[in-house]
Ligand binder design. Structure first.
Ligand code: NAD
Ligand code: MG
Length: 386
């Protein structure tokens, strides 16, 4: 899901290295119909889904012209059917944002192996995703590099933390492109500056999230649901080189870390091949060339989104979904040039103030909460920020 994106492309690179072992049998995209058709020519999937229904005939025409037997479909319901259907036994959830929620839940409910990159889904709907996994009985493998690292450093992947003797989870953060800068220096940041990440090449939404540290905030909430860690047990450490992908601290003083070059193919290969390992095409880590690893505290006064995410986690219920919706609205407006960089955190905070969270009950309620939060954020943006 999200085959044309940054994670989708990295995953297809790993899959193409192991044709005997893996096959991309379903490919989906949002609007990039030519890119999706090109991937169909290359991977010959059973099914290709374009989310934008207006583009289905263009997709079908290209598939037919190439003489492929790939079936084509379109729309949000087709994405869910593709995730739940018989054409695949593993689903890489790599759609960006809330748009990936329903297909991720559907894959979990049907007992498939879910490789989770779409962190917004678990932030919004942690308990619903865990319920769906329980019902389906399949495995969830984290693809987010930090959570993949933590999974690798815990016995059995996702154990009971108290029984495993875990004291804390240390999530590493690169600090993004503006590490060390103060608020006055961030007033005139442009979308291209925010998307120029020092260590990772990613989609534009997550790149902005990395620049505001909301990405780390979403990851704190993701770690809470994936590993059953309380907010107090999850600490963020800025590590500018992005070589240590995260650490687990145990009661006996041991700290286990997972290291590697910053390349998402490592996490993707691990999730695809688990419990085995396969070549990911990633260069070996050269510690001597690297020479040093640095650590510093996160600057919560400058990067206020991280604190807002802790606030949402502590509030619980639907508040993380409200945080996520407000962030998606704010980031989209920033990328369009209609909201200043520093106003992203302000807009999210104002939306959290305007919309109290409720107990999380089901998907229908969550979809409504998400929509309402987007409307609140849009209204606040019009009246206070634009
Ligand atoms: P991207 O923007 O590069 O790709 C997003 C993909 O989702 C594209 O294939 C796009 O067509 C599809 N998509 C977008 N909107 C859609 C919609 N409404 N309906 C259906 N499909 C839609 O994003 P990315 O950087 O690959 O990130 C994907 C997810 O993985 C995000 O949740 C991100 O937080 C997470 N993630 C990314 C990285 C990374 O290195 N890029 C690392 C960790 C986690
Ligand atoms: Mg990450």
């Amino acid at each position: 899901m999200g085959a044309t994106g940054s994670i989708g492309s990295a995953a297809l690179d790993v899959i193409a290295r192991h044709p005997q072992r893996f096959r991309a049998s379903v490919l989906t995209a949002n609007t990039q119909v030519n890119e999706l058709a090109e991937l169909c020519r290359r991977f010959e999937p059973e099914l290709a889904v374009i989310a934008d229904a207006k583009l289905e005939s263009a997709l079908r025409t290209q598939i037919e012209a190439a003489g492929l037997r790939t079936r084509a479909s379109s729309g949000a319901a087709a994405l869910v059917e593709a995730a739940a259907g018989d054409d695949c036994d593993t689903v890489l959830a790599a759609i960006v944002g809330a748009a990936g929620l329903e297909s991720t839940l559907a894959a979990a409910r049907t007992g498939k192996r879910v490789l989770l990159a779409n962190k917004e889904a678990i932030v919004m709907a942690g308990p619903l995703l865990l319920d769906a996994l329980r019902i389906g009985g399949g495995d969830l493998l984290p693809v987010d590099s930090e959570h993949n690292a933590i999974f690798q450093c815990l016995p059995g992947g996702r154990p009971d933390l108290a029984r495993a003797g875990v004291r804390r989870i240390l999530l590493t953060a690169s600090g993004g492109p503006f590490r060390g800068k103060k608020r006055p220096e961030l007033a005139t940041i442009t979308p291209d500056q925010a998307c120029a990440h020092p260590n990772w090449r990613m989609g534009r939404k997550i790149s902005v999230d990395s620049a505001t540290l909301m990405n780390k905030g979403l990851e704190v909430i993701e770690a809470h649901w994936l590993f059953g860690a309380s907010a107090a047990q999850i600490e963020v450490v800025v590590h500018p080189q992005s070589i240590i992908h995260s650490l687990v601290e145990y009661n006996d003083g041991s700290v286990l870390a997972q290291l590697g070059n910053p390349d998402m193919r490592t996490a993707l290969a691990y999730a695809l091949a688990w419990p085995g390992r396969v070549d990911a095409g990633v260069a070996p880590l050269d510690l001597l060339a690297l020479a040093r690893l640095d650590f510093e505290a996160a600057d919560l006064d400058t990067f206020r989104c991280l604190g807002l995410a802790y606030r949402a986690l502590q509030a619980g219920g639907t508040t993380p979904a409200i945080l996520n919706a407000a962030n998606e609205v704010a980031v989209a407006a920033f990328l369009q040039g209609s909201l200043p960089f520093l106003a992203i955190a302000e807009l999210i905070e104002a939306t959290l103030d305007a919309q109290p969270g409720e107990t999380l009950v089901n998907l229908g309620q969550l979809v409504y909460v998400d929509l309402t939060a987007r409307q609140h954020a849009q209204r606040i943006m019009r009246t206070s920020f634009c």
